[in-house]
Write a new protein. Structure first.
Length: 394
């Protein structure tokens, strides 16, 4: 069974998720269409059909994870199964232990390797390399541990959002998670080693040792190809001396951000605080540019953060650009490489907000996965948000 993520669509549209090939009626018993924003409906449909046959969903669904199901990446889909998962065999087996606690059983790659573990699987600069890890623990793990990867000079540290995190792992089960490496546009073509490391996020240990005594395990050699043309319209100034604030997952660039209140105007990243009073309005305009046709519908978040890195009372509800009228992805994509849009917001400072020092942050996350788009540069993933500048409430 395949659960699609749009209701009121013909089954033909589901074919886009199987690369245009028709669905074989012998393999698919029925197609259920579910509103992508309706988490309870997803859960109800899975429970109603869990005995009918294998269930596949389009995209990562946190509501199903929160219900206790496991989401196993399988090509463009996620296979929904009940825990524990005990009988999966990784395409490329490993036998490595991170700090003697996490057992890495193996991995898979998309695009796939050619000619075994050392055969150069190819990926274009600007496109994602998907790493699927098969992991396990023998005893409960209370801390938050996360893998990270290096592709030549590029280092990718992933966040814990929208994943089955280590405190939820059952001892003995095989946990399968997919991690995307957004290969930078400016990574020169060539062959690069892909290696895996592990970090204890809650314990403050940035590099854990493996059973070999090393802090990294080399997985494969990856061939990085030149980015797909046309380079100039999609990258704009990124390759030719221009400036952008942030590259979000090689999909969308935040070109600029302008804030205004009264006679004060600030351009991100501003250093002089924007001074406001409780109840006052900040007019913020974010300028986005498509770097590639987005792979997902992206939701914009804008937060006013306090000195302890906590968001204050909501000043702007999360939504797709232009108040929901210009989503990054539809069945017929609206956003094209090189396209630019000015996205205005009206941010009302809460009338009871205490005086103090705050700052504005912005970014995007996947509508269905709730996973933030990482900020990408050649040095590695630089977090999952863009700090626009300080705000002082008087």
């Amino acid at each position: 069974m395949i659960l699609s993520d749009w209701e009121h669509l013909t089954p033909l549209l589901v074919h886009t998720h199987v690369y245009g090939k028709p669905l074989d009626e012998a393999d698919v018993k029925k197609v259920v269409y579910v509103n992508p924003a309706d988490g309870p409906t997803w859960v109800r449909n899975v429970w109603e059909n869990i005995e009918v046959g294998p269930i596949y969903v389009v995209g990562y669904r946190p509501a199903l994870r929160d219900e206790g199901f496991r989401l196993i990446p399988d090509g463009p889909f996620y296979h929904v199964v009940a825990p524990p998962v005990l009988d999966l065999i990784p395409p490329y087996p490993l036998d490595a232990w991170a700090d003697g606690r996490v057992h890495i059983l193996g991995y898979d790659l998309n695009p796939p390797l050619v000619g075994g573990n050392n055969g150069g699987g190819g990926v274009r600069a600007g496109e994602p390399l998907r790493l699927v890890l098969y992991q396990s623990v023998t005893e409960p793990l209370e801390g938050y541990w996360m893998p990270y990867a290096r592709l030549g000079p590029f280092e990718a540290h992933w966040t814990t959002d929208s994943r089955l995190n280590t405190p939820l792992w059952q001892p003995g089960e095989i946990v399968v998670e997919e991690y995307e490496l957004p290969v930078p546009f400016d990574l020169p073509p060539g062959e690069y080693p892909l290696s895996l490391g592990y970090a204890d996020l809650s314990g403050g240990r940035a590099e854990l040792s493996f059973s070999s005594g090393e802090t990294a395990v080399e997985l494969a050699t990856i061939t990085v190809l030149p980015p797909a043309p046309p380079l100039s319209p999609s990258l704009g100034g990124m390759k030719r001396g221009g400036n952008i604030l942030a590259n979000l997952d090689n999909q969308v660039a935040l070109v600029s951000a302008s804030a205004r209140t009264g006679l004060q105007i600030r351009q991100a990243n501003w250093e002089k605080p924007l001074t406001v009073q409780p109840g006052q309005v900040i007019h913020l305009t974010l300028t986005w540019r498509g770097l590639a046709t987005p792979r997902d519908s992206c939701t914009v978040f804008i937060h006013l953060m306090d000195g302890a890195n906590r968001p204050v009372e909501e000043i702007n509800p999360d939504d797709t650009p232009l108040g929901g009228s210009f989503p990054t992805y539809l069945w017929f994509p609206k956003w094209l490489p090189g396209q630019t849009v000015d996205d205005p917001y009206r941010l009302v400072i809460p009338p009871d907000l205490p005086p103090g020092d705050y700052y504005l942050e912005a970014g995007m996350y996947g509508m269905t996965s709730h996973r933030r788009l990482p900020v990408v540069n050649l040095a590695g993933l630089a977090g999952d948000r863009v700090i626009l500048g300080p705000v002082q409430v008087r």
